[in-house]
Design a protein around this ligand. Structure first.
Ligand SMILES: [Zn+2]
Length: 258
């Protein structure tokens, strides 16, 4: 275990990692122009009312919260964002057969847009790219709903049952998807290197996946701008820009030594 053995250098650790599980957070997408929720420039830091839109009770109870939420989805920077070099580096690792699973806390869909496999990406907080009916469960691509917003509807009901719709993201007060979470735990327990990228590791259960990995024998590498509660458990902690650091690490892992 990482806590017992002497720390390995990245040059020793990365080329030998055969089954890598990655956990990504908001920090991997800031280079794509998508702000972090809780950082200094974060959405919630600037606008506390935005947090109410992400709380299921307020969303169901208050039509004004829903109207505000739909406008916010329409104006979300996700729709104009492109994947960056860090997303691409993870695609490279996957295509080389080294990446086992890509667990993400992000709802922006940029991993799939970069080319990560649909079966590889585990979106534990859901996705903004679909809407879901809270009554019948019907899923609809978000752009279809946003076209209704642009056409004048301010809180478009489900086309099947008339129920309240929401983005297919996990709001505060909603349970995580059990199957997705189970797959994430399995991926954490069965990898030999767990790489946490751009996440403050303060939101559970995502953060606890680091501990699951280490307890099951994996090495832990953390790339994040700020300290995390798991830094002491890690074999390496890199507080460097993700858009440069992740491609470099992928290069080392794949033997290019970039
Ligand atoms: Zn419905």
């Amino acid at each position: 275990m990482g806590m017992v053995d002497a720390p390995l250098t990245l040059a020793e650790l990365l080329p030998n990692a055969a089954a890598i599980t990655v956990l990504t957070g908001a920090g991997i997408s800031t280079d794509s122009g998508i702000p972090d929720f809780r950082g200094p420039q974060g959405v919630w830091t600037k606008d506390p009312a935005a947090e109410a839109m992400s709380t299921i009770g307020a969303y169901l109870a208050d039509p004004e919260v829903r109207r505000r939420a739909w406008r916010s989805r329409r104006d979300n920077p996700v729709w104009g964002a492109e994947p960056n070099a860090a997303h691409a580096a993870l695609v490279e690792l996957e295509r080389a057969g080294r990446l086992r699973a890509l667990i993400t806390q992000n709802i922006d869909g940029l991993h799939q847009r970069a080319g990560s496999g649909a079966g590889t990406v585990l979106e534990i907080h859901g996705t903004l790219r679909d809407a879901v009916c809270l009554s019948c469960g019907l899923r609809t691509p978000m752009p279809e709903i946003l076209r209704r917003i642009d056409a004048g509807e301010d809180d478009p009901p489900c086309a099947e049952c008339g129920g309240i719709q929401k983005s297919a993201t996990i709001s505060f007060g909603q349970p995580l998807d059990r199957d997705v979470l189970d797959a994430a735990v399995t991926a954490a327990r069965s990898c030999d290197l767990f790489l946490a990228v751009g996440t403050s590791l303060t939101v559970q259960p995502a953060a606890g996946l680091c501990l699951e990995a280490v307890e099951h024998g994996a090495r832990l590498v953390i790339i994040n701008a700020e300290e995390t509660p798991y830094d002491g458990l890690a074999d390496a902690v890199l507080r460097r820009p993700i858009g440069e650091t992740l491609p470099r690490l992928a290069g080392i892992a794949l033997g290019g030594g970039r």
